[in-house]
Design a protein around this ligand. Structure first.
Ligand SMILES: NC(=O)c1ccc[n+]([C@@H]2O[C@H](COP(=O)([O-])OP(=O)(O)OC[C@H]3O[C@@H](n4cnc5c(N)ncnc54)[C@H](OP(=O)(O)O)[C@@H]3O)[C@@H](O)[C@H]2O)c1
Length: 351
């Protein structure tokens, strides 16, 4: 079948406006790019935050969406890694031109920032991974001021590290990937917080100790010190709400690093008595200049990491209705109604 010239996309029509499905052109390929027919697109908390708070996007109508997996529809000049018909997963990008976002049926992707999807994973499982994987990986391995561990996909990185880590919010999509990467890096014990109903699931990903996310800060510190033998040098806060950040900061040993996924909200008073403890933010956007090289290396190894089971797929929940189902899914994310799962839609099922 020839590639269509028009497609369905979900537009955020105006700043803090409503979402609506409408038609837009299928993007035109450039050199080094692939055109992907999206079979699954993942929803992220940032998508509802953009709509609710009017942040990050200036040009409207805008197509959002960062996570996807699908089938290569066409390849641009100079692309040798992929051919038409390959199954891939990739991290998209919001841009003014809308061509790289994933809440649409076809997306343009830089070929060196996509990976073949192993047959053992569904499209939905593939679409669950990209942004969270980058966010976890950049925080541990590539963020200036962070721990800058050697990634486990580079020579000498696998199992290189010993010593504890705490992952706040291990059942979040980002937290689950941080646990898995910490395991590949050799870090142990891997202590995490979550609802205790998710304990077995998180142990399956590599957590050694799952603590109740509702523990008060002092009790959490007491438990962590008991398990780790003292305060710890690395804490990854995958939730980064003011209360988790402040509790997380108190878990750090002198010189330790707190990695955040949202802006810092650690109390000024705590920071004054930091004792060389530091706070670093992580940005999971793989197409940012500071992440591109790192991303290329990761995506060149991602298929084999998935095939070998080094990285395990996450639980997914399919939101019905194709692209038109996204607003319902975002409402669930906003209302904290999703536990230990990634919400995905199937763009080709859009009515
Ligand atoms: N900086 C970046 O580039 C970047 C990239 C991606 C995401 N983010 C941000 O990272 C955060 C997580 O995103 P996500 O997609 O991973 O979220 P998510 O999976 O939708 O988060 C839901 C999970 O969070 C857990 N949770 C909620 N509050 C918690 C708390 N106080 N303590 C421990 N666990 C808690 C819940 O655990 P239980 O069900 O077990 O209770 C649930 O499993 C969001 O704020 C998002 O905007 C930032």
């Amino acid at each position: 079948m020839p590639t269509p010239t028009q497609q369905n996309a979900l537009f955020l029509q105006a700043k803090q406006g409503e979402f609506a499905v409408a038609s837009r052109p299928v993007p035109k390929l450039g050199p080094g790019e692939i055109l992907v027919r999206n079979e699954a697109s993942g929803l992220n908390p940032v998508d509802w935050k953009i709509q609710a708070y009017g942040i990050f996007v200036e040009k409207y109508p805008a197509v959002l969406g960062i996570d996807a997996a699908g089938i290569v529809e066409a390849v641009g000049q100079d692309v040798t890694r992929f051919k038409t018909g390959d199954k891939v997963l990739y991290e998209g990008l919001r841009t003014d031109g809308n061509d790289r976002a994933t809440f649409q049926q076809y997306t343009l992707v830089p070929a060196d920032l996509a990976a073949k999807l192993p047959d053992s994973l569904t499209f939905e499982q593939g679409a669950a991974l990209p942004l969270a994987l980058t966010t976890a990986a950049v925080g541990l391995y590539n963020q200036e001021g962070g721990p800058l561990f050697t990634p486990p996909w580079l020579e000498g990185g696998r199992g290189k590290y010993a010593g504890p880590i705490v992952v706040i919010g291990g059942s979040s999509v980002v937290g689950t990937l941080a646990i898995q990467l910490a395991r590949l890096s050799g870090v142990s014990p891997i202590i995490t917080t979550a609802s205790l109903k998710n304990t077995a699931l998180l142990q399956g990903f590599g957590a050694t100790h799952v603590l109740d996310r509702n523990l008060p800060a002092a009790a959490l510190r007491e438990e962590v010190v008991k398990i780790a033998g003292g305060p710890v040098s690395t804490v990854y806060d995958a939730i980064s709400l003011p209360e988790t950040q402040n509790a997380a900061f108190d878990l750090l040993a002198p010189g330790g690093k707190l990695i955040l996924v949202l802006a810092s909200a650690v109390d000024e008073e705590k920071k004054k008595n930091a004792n060389d403890r530091s706070i670093v933010g992580t940005l999971g956007l793989i197409q940012l200049p500071q992440n591109v090289e790192f991303g290329r290396a990761l995506y060149s190894k991602l298929t084999s990491l998935l095939e070998a089971g080094d990285l395990k797929p996450l639980r997914v929940e399919v939101v019905p209705g194709g692209l038109g189902g996204i607003p319902t899914g975002l409402e669930k994310l906003k209302n904290d109604q999703v536990s230990a799962a990634k919400l995905v839609v199937r763009p080709q099922e859009t009515a």
